[in-house]
Design a protein around this ligand. Structure first.
Ligand code: NAD
Length: 372
């Protein structure tokens, strides 16, 4: 190809990704979705056509630079329904036994793993071995040892590993991170993260230790862990934790119902968080420094996210999180875009190291120190 044309094509494509920060992120997001797009498109297969997989697929219909082109499922009737709904060709449909064959399918770039947590490690490693990029739902795995294996396998296969941290692209969240990094809250002293909901059906996989890897902490508490890191902008160096269980029949051995945990950060800031499967309406972040504060409630739900600071309300319009996430992930994978808050396997691993430490602290009653 003529090198000038190639250069111009590359320039157009990269100019078309969404800028991450700045006062006008909302306007640039709007522009991105209004203007025609002719840059590269990430062709994605979704593995696990359950409730969240369905939400992601719906959201992807509005994507500009990512497209659902394939499915991996153990339920033939779901595959047929998705084929009809999304125009997915037969040659891009797989089950859990034969999806390694995706290796020889040139029409799929990445597989988005949206199955129970305990299956993520083996599935992501198989995706990597098939030479495809992996996007994996949170929590990335059920402990840090598994997370390390996944990171190593993707590195070895020279594919990217991303974790479905949709909040890392949410405009209100990014604006608060920008203000904190610009010193607008002064020296940060304290973060509070409250993450919980009341879980129903006792037979679901979320209450099965093998498939879930734990209980509320794996599923919802991880938002307070991850949130404390991006809101404070540091990595924790110590952890304490206390567990309470009101229903040992529903929440069996190794399945946590409620854990309160505290984390200390190198600057002296502390975080105090609650993770629970027993309380509804629990979705709140609060960050305070010596010059101001930020509050988000809801802070990590599907939106609209409501945020305010000591200066007043933030008014970023609602965007479908998974649509923006998948467009951003397309740019990260295909154009090497660097996000403000990482979404890679190392980022997923950091949360798993912290989860391991929280479980240890809750079990022993001792303060656990981390490298930071
Ligand atoms: P779900 O139960 O609705 O769907 C799970 C899917 O996995 C189903 O289609 C099921 O058939 C399939 N599956 C394959 N093997 C299975 C097995 N051995 N046992 C049970 N199911 C099996 O669950 P979900 O809510 O879609 O959650 C899936 C993943 O997505 C989890 O890791 C969860 O933490 C994550 N999630 C993320 C968000 C988010 O906002 N990022 C929200 C919800 C769920």
């Amino acid at each position: 190809m003529n090198s000038r044309r190639h250069f111009l094509q590359k320039l157009t494509a990269s100019a078309l990704t969404i800028p991450f920060l700045g006062e006008n992120r909302a306007a640039t997001l709007e522009k991105f979705y209004e203007e025609p797009y002719d840059g590269p498109v990430l062709r994605v297969a979704i593995m696990g056509l359950g409730s969240y997989g369905t939400r992601v697929a719906e959201a992807m219909t509005a994507c500009k630079s990512a497209k659902l082109v394939g499915v991996i499922s153990g339920t033939p009737s779901k595959i047929t329904a998705w084929q009809t709904k999304y125009g997915i060709p037969e040659k891009n449909c797989y089950n859990y036994e034969n999806f390694d064959n995706i290796k020889s399918n040139p029409d799929i770039d990445a597989v988005y793993v949206i199955t129970p947590n305990g299956l993520h490690k083996d599935q992501v490693i198989r995706v990597a071995k098939a030479g495809k990029h992996a996007i994996c739902e949170k929590p990335m795995a059920i402990n840090a040892a598994e997370g390390r294996e996944m990171v190593a396998a993707c590195k070895k296969a020279n594919v990217k590993l991303l974790v479905g941290y949709r909040m890392h692209f949410e405009p209100n969240t990014l604006e608060i991170i920008r203000q904190r990094a610009a010193g607008e809250f002064g020296k940060v002293y304290f973060f509070q993260g409250l993450s919980g909901f009341r879980i129903g059906d006792p037979t679901q996989w979320r209450l099965n230790r093998k498939l879930a890897g734990g209980g509320a902490m794996m599923d919802i508490g991880v938002y307070s862990i991850n949130g404390s890191r991006y809101m404070i902008g540091e990595e924790p160096i110590w952890i304490t934790a206390q567990e309470t269980k009101t229903d040992p029949v529903k929440f069996k051995e190794g399945v946590d119902e409620t854990i309160e945990f505290q984390m200390g950060f190198p600057s002296g800031a502390v975080a105090s968080c609650l993770s629970t499967y027993s309380i509804n309406y629990l979705d709140k972040f609060f960050l305070v420094g010596d010059k101001g504060f930020a509050e988000m409630q809801p802070s990590t739900g599907y939106g609209p996210i409501k945020a305010k600071t000591n200066k007043g309300d933030l008014s970023y319009p609602h965007v479908t999180h998974q649509t923006v996430q998948m467009d951003e992930m397309s740019a990260i994978i295909l154009q090497n875009k660097q996000p403000i808050v990482p979404v890679d396997g190392e980022e997923g691993l950091r949360d798993l190291v912290i989860i391991d430490a929280i479980f240890e602290a809750a079990k022993t009653g001792k303060k656990v120190t981390l490298k930071g």
